[in-house]
Design a protein around this ligand. Sequence first.
Ligand code: NAD
Ligand code: TYD
Length: 348
Amino acid sequence: MNTILVTGGAGFIGSHVVRLFVEKYPNYHIYNLDALTYAGNLENLKDIEHNTNYTFIKGDITDEDFINALFEEHKFDSVIHLAAESHVDRSIQDPLAFVKTNVIGTMNLLNAAKKYWNGNFTNKRFYHVSTDEVYGTLGQTGLFTETTAYNPNSPYSASKASSDHFVRAYGETYKLPYVITNCSNNYGQNQFPEKLIPLFINNIINNKPLPVYGDGNYTRDWLYVKDHARAIDLVYHKGINGETYNIGGFNEWKNIDLVRLLCQQMDVELGRSKGTSEQLITYVKDRPGHDLRYAIDASKIKNELGWKPSVTFEQGLEKTIKWYLSNEDWLNNVTSGQYQSYYKKQYN
Ligand code: NAD
Ligand code: TYD
């Protein structure tokens, strides 16, 4: 029996991780702790909500007493920590929210694990899910490796960097067994339409402008979310305590090239004539502190643990588009209400 606390399991990546673990490991019990912020959505897990090895708990990782009581009650063997405020543009609007959840929330989990494991670390593990954005930006060449110095540029990446440092420090100081993974940009089904790909899919469906920041010559390394979940499964089971692993897609795209590909695929799926969606591309004011380029050297996880992405970008993007087009209710639900005021504030 393995009792795992997954935080942020109602979010984008977390829901894929929860589903993979619940379905693949019937003898584990997965507790999904999520505050259900704007980004959390139990619809993401409808298909597994009645599984006997799955329990959803609504709660906030910034609430220290609640987190302590939860550890006391369930005596978790391990934590896979994904709960976070995750969007760079929101971190520019409200940095403190990112400190609260990403730094204080992580601290509460670390303290609870330390307290309840109480020096007995056999078969215990604190798995912290992080981002490549902690490394800051690359120029036109080079790749982020596990030894690249941290140099975060946005409030989001600064808060994630801080949490990574605390996890590492608890490993050094208190011998807490941990692993950290730093992953590149994810895409796929269930991603909240504030991030580039689902936001643009939604706007193309609704014939709205596609707001490309700056000149569009920013580069990201894209990974299909289910391949990230597979990597998390592998590192959870085979990773070495105290190690960090970079996860990436071997898949760099300039934003403007990605947007053009997306437009072409959307035209096909929507039965629109070639070039229709591209006409929606609109260059808008750049993001402050915009990182030029992220690209991951994922050779450590590839060589040491045997992981590699399972789909090409074109395949993953096609699956993603098809999912959004056949889940219009999901998209309409998350883009009503609050989303409209966020959109106005960010883009008008
Ligand atoms: P997301 O925003 O889709 O989901 C975050 C989830 O955390 C939501 O379900 C939300 O309700 C929950 N949450 C937020 N604050 C909480 C709190 N105080 N207490 C409990 N739950 C809370 O994020 P995501 O894209 O799925 O990212 C998950 C993790 O992966 C994050 O730690 C992020 O930094 C990391 N990551 C994301 C990407 C990416 O491209 N999306 C890439 C690398 C790493
Ligand atoms: P995003 O999906 O927000 O991920 P991140 O900032 O964490 O990399 O953005 C991906 C890239 O797309 C980034 O260079 C910013 C750019 N972008 C736009 O040009 N327009 C948009 O409306 C958004 C949301 C992002």
